[in-house]
Ligand binder design. Structure first.
Ligand SMILES: Nc1nc2c(ncn2[C@@H]2O[C@H](COP(=O)(O)OP(=O)(O)OP(=O)(O)O)[C@@H](O)[C@H]2O)c(=O)[nH]1
Ligand SMILES: [Mg+2]
Length: 496
């Protein structure tokens, strides 16, 4: 049994300062367990001395870890690059100066770290997805996770997919696999292990006990992106609330363990000092934030009523994250809202005025992007923002037609709209990014759906969209007023 080694020297770019010396009775070489301990505990050295049948010492077999530098890391994806075996020899012939050896290895380790921290201080991660489904489902899912990681500013060094008949309730992946993942992480020098599946508080705890590395799950990664993007006071309140709610049930330990749970990426959790207080203070903070959000909701409701009274129709562009919503808003209104090739670029939605044909003025909203399995805490926290969509007269559901996951994205968005009680608002499906499609793909898309196809990067493709939007709006507004109004509107449109 290993005694509790505490966290001494861990993370300092050094080995543990301990050598493990033990005996083997059957003359076997270092076992897989020996090597796993060497790696997991970051020991200086693991040595086994054979005990001969006459009781005298036989050969000494020893191994130590090898600092892996960036160059050899990619070239050598196998695990055997991790440790080095010393030539087995009799104890009397051991003439290695271990102190010397370890010191030079540590120097190399420190140098590698130094180089990397000077050139790139982004967090480096391994992504892990555990699935009971087919490998292709997991493959798609981990692809999206890696997009999320990239958007969070994390460098992905490796992806591991594990298929098992059922998820392990204790550690999700099972103990053996977990060791393998941790060793792989140490070998690559990663800072974070990101799980594609959400970890229960108990699983997060069990995994955290097994390693000193930072562990986060998909929800935390999404929360982290939101935390990075939040600009407005309102956005910040909403993100902090979501983070606190997610973390509250996970707050059990104290000290280092807790700050590790709280850390987020690059330490951007909801303020570590704020959190190194007890659960009661966290709960107080949650109540405080919830009250603030209530106030925001009330004042927004007032604004909305005022707007409705002025009778300016409202259109919201909704859709999966990165579909091109902000780009479309820019194209329609000649604005310059931030649009980037990363997920959740928009967190604080913008409204713009748009003049439709026949001089009709409308308000058009950009909105926060949706994603499959949006964390419930996030939905609750962002209610004030999401409610903005409630007052819309028309939703433009923008979908990235160039994505291989198009169908899945559309279904996710429709489900979320349903959950938010927005399914009854008239909705127009708009396919975006058609500039990336071939002629065949495009005509397939057109014939299969009663939808408009555009490229938000090319304003000339927007004519049809503006027309359809105007028509649907006319219908929607007429319906809002009287059935007769609707009939008349329909006739006008038909006549045209
Ligand atoms: N090729 C092509 N790229 C597009 C088109 N529309 C948008 N993009 C690109 O898609 C990326 C995402 O666009 P955004 O407008 O930020 O997407 P969004 O839906 O607002 O995304 P979030 O705010 O992150 O949810 C950007 O890199 C855009 O340049 C298009 O029609 N064609
Ligand atoms: Mg956007």
């Amino acid at each position: 049994m290993w005694p509790d080694l505490k966290r001494s020297r861990v993370g300092a770019g050094r080995f543990r300062g301990l050598r493990c010396l033990h005996t083997h009775l059957a003359g076997e070489s270092l076992t897989q367990d020996d090597l796993a301990d060497l790696a997991l505990l970051r020991l200086d050295l693991m040595a086994a001395i054979d005990v001969r049948s006459d009781g005298l010492p036989g050969l000494v077999r020893a191994a130590h870890l090898l600092p892996v530098d960036a160059a050899s890391r990619d070239a050598d994806k196998e695990q055997n690059g991790m440790w080095v075996f010393l030539e087995p020899c009799a104890p009397s012939q051991l003439d290695t100066d271990f102190l010397d050896l370890i010191e030079s290895l540590e120097e190399e380790l420190a140098r590698a770290r130094h180089i990397r921290s000077q050139t790139d201080n982004r967090d480096r991660a391994i992504l892990v997805s555990v699935t009971t489904d087919s490998a292709s489902v997991a493959e798609e899912s981990i692809e999206e996770l890696s997009e999320l990681a990239r958007s969070a500013g994390v460098v992905v060094l490796d992806r591991i997919i594990q298929r098992r008949p059922k998820l392990d309730p204790r550690s999700l992946v099972g103990r053996g696999k977990l060791d393998e993942i941790i060793i792989r992480s140490l070998q690559l020098g990663v800072d974070v292990i990101v799980f594609d599946q959400n970890l229960s508080p108990a699983q997060a705890r069990a995994i955290n006990e097994a390693t000193d590395l930072k562990i986060i799950d998909r929800t935390q990664l999404i929360l982290d992106i939101f935390a990075q993007r939040a600009q407005s006071r309102e956005g910040k309140i909403q993100v902090e609330l979501a983070q606190l709610k997610y973390m509250l049930p996970r707050l059990t330990g104290s000290g280092t363990e807790m700050s590790r749970l709280m850390g987020g990426i690059g330490g951007r959790g909801p303020g570590e000092t704020k959190l190194e207080v007890d659960r009661r203070r966290v709960r107080d903070r949650i109540h405080h934030l919830e009250r603030q959000i209530e106030q925001i909701r009330t004042s927004r409701r007032v604004q909305r009523t005022r707007r409705e009274r002025r009778d300016v129709p409202v259109i919201s562009i909704v859709g999966y994250t990165n579909a091109g919503k902000s780009t479309l808003l820019n194209a329609l209104t000649a604005s310059s809202v931030t649009a980037e090739d990363r997920m959740f670029a928009t967190l604080d939605p913008t409204s713009r005025r748009l003049r439709l044909p026949r001089d009709r003025e409308v308000i058009i909203n950009d909105t926060v992007g949706f994603i499959r399995d949006l964390p419930p805490d996030l939905i609750t926290a962002f209610r004030a923002t999401l409610e903005e969509m409630e007052g819309s007269d028309l939703l433009l559901h923008l979908a990235d037609a160039s994505s291989p996951q198009l169908e899945g994205h559309i279904a996710s968005v429709e489900k979320i709209l349903e959950d938010l009680g927005l399914a009854s608002i008239p909705r127009l499906l708009v396919f975006n990014k058609i500039d990336l499609l071939s002629e065949d793909e495009l005509s397939g898309l057109r014939s299969a759906n009663d939808a408009v196809a555009v490229s938000a990067l090319d304003r000339s493709t927007l004519v049809r969209l503006v027309e359809r939007t105007g028509d649907m709006l006319t219908l929607a507004m007429a319906e809002k007023n009287t059935p007769v109004g609707r009939e008349r509107a329909e006739q006008t449109i038909d006549a045209r």
